[in-house]
Design a protein around this ligand. Sequence first.
Ligand SMILES: Nc1ncnc2c1ncn2[C@@H]1O[C@H](COP(=O)(O)OP(=O)(O)O)[C@@H](O)[C@H]1O
Ligand SMILES: Cc1ncc(COP(=O)(O)OP(=O)(O)O)c(N)n1
Length: 503
Amino acid sequence: MIPRVLSIAGTDPTGGAGLHADLKAIAAAGGYGMGVVSSLVVQNTQGVQQVHTPEPEFLRAQLKAVSDDVVIDAVKIGMLADETSTQVVVEWLDEVLFSTHESEVPIIVDPVMVASSGDALADSVSHELLHRASIITPNLDELALLLHQPPAKNPDDMVKQAQELAQSTGSLVLAKGGHLPGKDKGNFLVGTSSVIAHAKSPQITTTASHGTGCSLSSALACRIANGDSLPDAVQWSTAWVREALEFGENLQVGHGNGPLDHFHRLRRQAQFSLQVPHSTISSPSRRQAVVPAAGPFTQQLWELAGDALDRFSQESIVPALMQGTLNAEQFHFYVEQDDYYLQVYSSVLARLSSLAPHEEERKMWAKAVTQTITVEQEMHREFPLPNIVEPSPLTLAYTDFLRAEVASDYVVGVAAILPCFWLYAQLSEYLPEEIKDDHPYKLWIETYRDEEFLCATAQALEVMEHQLTHASNAQREQARNAFVRACSLEADFFTQALLIDPR
Ligand SMILES: Nc1ncnc2c1ncn2[C@@H]1O[C@H](COP(=O)(O)OP(=O)(O)O)[C@@H](O)[C@H]1O
Ligand SMILES: Cc1ncc(COP(=O)(O)OP(=O)(O)O)c(N)n1
């Protein structure tokens, strides 16, 4: 279940704090975020300029719109600019949320009063609201203000104050150490008589700290709704905020205290998923694909094609074929093997067409069968080929591999056939600018420009991307292996003619 978390908060047009930060934090913590606007705040990374608080009726209507329609798994309450807004929220909690939701909904109250710029956002936070919280998340100054005491100067005093607040409200208190002097900026979850959890947050020196408090309390709400234990939820949210703080400056947002990078982990994961598994191949491709990848999965395949592509373009018959210097005997051998290959290839495409889960894909593979048969017929017209071609051991290894892979699984079969489209389409990159009339292979190499084939390659890539997006991890792994093996066989296929002894 994906936790549905409602944030009731003010806005930040620069996206770093308030409701905007909350929604990002909830998404980063794995939930679905919803937002009710309590105040419209004109602010940026340098400070707060204006606050407009809508009529209480408008706030009430927003809350009703959400709770009439959606089961809410957790609520995070941030800025409530005045007593009237607080009253509307308290009434909604009592009359709607607590009475209509069967299980207890965690309520995380972040008692927002002052922004880090020093600007006031709310006069106070009423105890009526604090009493209804499951957890209150004050920073050092907010904790002191709520207790009418001076701010604590060390973690022990902060915990003592948190305990006092827990006793006076009956709620748990997450005392946030972001403003404590010293190297640890960690957090303590405190009950009336004990510390329930402590998460360390070794100090990061950064200017990108706008919205840390909002983000932490939203992530916490989401992890609790997700079913994490309280200590786990505190650990997760603290570690995640620290990570987001660490990379916030890269975003280069604003001239003041910029925001955290809420999605840094996601960016890293995306990068990781595009990396080449070092067990399979060493050097990622340095070439731009003539037909571009259709998304991250096919982009990863392109990276995996690196070594084979280098062999294909530099060590095979390709350079000599393009320059017209390829020995006629070797060219003939290549064409014969290609003829055999195309016969098996069209039967493999036909099998893919029969296995494809969607009509569009079925039609696409079937069209590729027709195109292949047409190419084969043209070859027979242009070149004197025997009726039965004897496949070389390498050609046989390639075609047997394709037959086996397509029989094992549709997704793996598509991955196995893909290099024949993609690497072949890449040939157009190596064509000479001008093909002279006396070029012995002019007719042959001009077909490498075939628009229809490039278009079919783009479609095959779309299919691969779609299939890998919906595949299991095991299928993806098998597909990657099949693709890498097929790239290597494709490169060998184009190289084998150089191994025969030209007369
Ligand atoms: N410089 C920092 N280094 C490491 N963690 C930090 C730092 N600043 C804030 N944090 C983390 O972010 C949390 C919230 O920040 P804090 O400044 O206390 O709240 P607020 O933004 O509400 O003022 C802290 O409790 C801590 O976990
Ligand atoms: C609309 C709104 N709500 C809350 C804050 C304060 O956010 P916080 O996470 O405490 O971060 P700082 O602003 O203190 O960096 C806000 N600015 N705006």
